[in-house]
Design a protein around this ligand. Structure first.
Ligand code: PRT
Ligand code: ZN
Length: 210
């Protein structure tokens, strides 16, 4: 039996469940349950907050997980990634108020930037020699400039309408992300064999979708 952690409820949940089902794996779901066992494959599904998934997989509480690369890399565990899954595509971008001047990332020198991704953003700025003051906030990052907390933000963007609605302009793409399959690095031979079968099915599903 192999344990797969997926997001309990959020942007990754439905596509994660659909992928498992399209692999021909049957299981029951209920919004009250924190785990379910598949009926026709040696798989147990755990439902967790997405932020907890990398740590649980690293520690072996779960063998596998489905999570956004943004969360995986921010948690400092990029080595757990096995393969991209092609959904929940988005980007982590820097944005400034529409009326603010902006020529290059150097303009952020000494500025206050609000973000939920201080590691990824910190690395990005350091590589470009930019020193800024990062303010880590866990949600509603887009309102930071209008309330005077920051001159710029760095947040997840997909359609761009949230930025637009908050009077912000996207100026740099810091990181591109999609959902990925991750795995514990010390699995038993038996579990590795189940993983191989699962990956084989996932790859077939992805090929059929193209
Ligand atoms: O409760 P839990 O902690 O599990 O969930 P969560 O609220 O932390 O995450 P959730 O469900 O919002 O997102 C899960 C993952 O989906 C993220 O880690 C990304 O990998 C991916 N993803 C894809 C997105 C988006 N698209 C997205 N648009 N995550 C967040 N957003 C938010 C963004 O933060 C911003 O507020 O949507 C807004 C921007 O969207 P647009 O379309 O207006 O640009
Ligand atoms: Zn989260």
């Amino acid at each position: 039996m192999i344990r797969l952690a997926i997001q309990k409820s959020g942007r990754l949940s439905e596509d994660s469940l659909n992928l498992i089902r399209e692999c021909g794996i049957s299981f029951q779901t209920s919004s009250y349950r924190l785990k379910t066992e598949a009926t026709n494959f040696p798989l147990e599904i755990l439902y967790l907050r997405d932020d907890d998934i990398p740590g649980y997989v690293q520690d072996g509480v779960a063998d596998l997980g489905i999570v956004g690369q943004n969360v995986l890399v921010e948690a400092g565990m990029p080595a757990l990634e096995l393969e991209p899954l092609g959904f929940s595509k988005c980007r982590l971008s820097l944005a400034v108020p529409r009326a603010a001047g902006y020529d290059s990332v150097q303009d952020l020198q000494g500025k206050n930037i609000a973000t939920s991704y201080p590691q990824i953003l910190g690395d990005y700025l350091a590589e470009r020699g930019v020193k800024a003051n990062l303010h880590t906030i866990s949600g509603s990052v887009e309102i930071a400039p209008s309330i005077g907390l920051a001159e710029a933000i760095c947040d997840i963007v997909s359609s761009g309408s949230t930025l637009l609605g908050n009077g912000l302009r996207e100026v740099e793409t810091v990181f591109r992300s999609e959902a990925v399959l991750i795995a514990n690095q010390n699995m038993s031979a038996e579990k590795r064999e189940i993983l191989e079968q699962l990956q084989f099915r996932m790859q077939a599903v992805r090929r059929a979708r193209r």
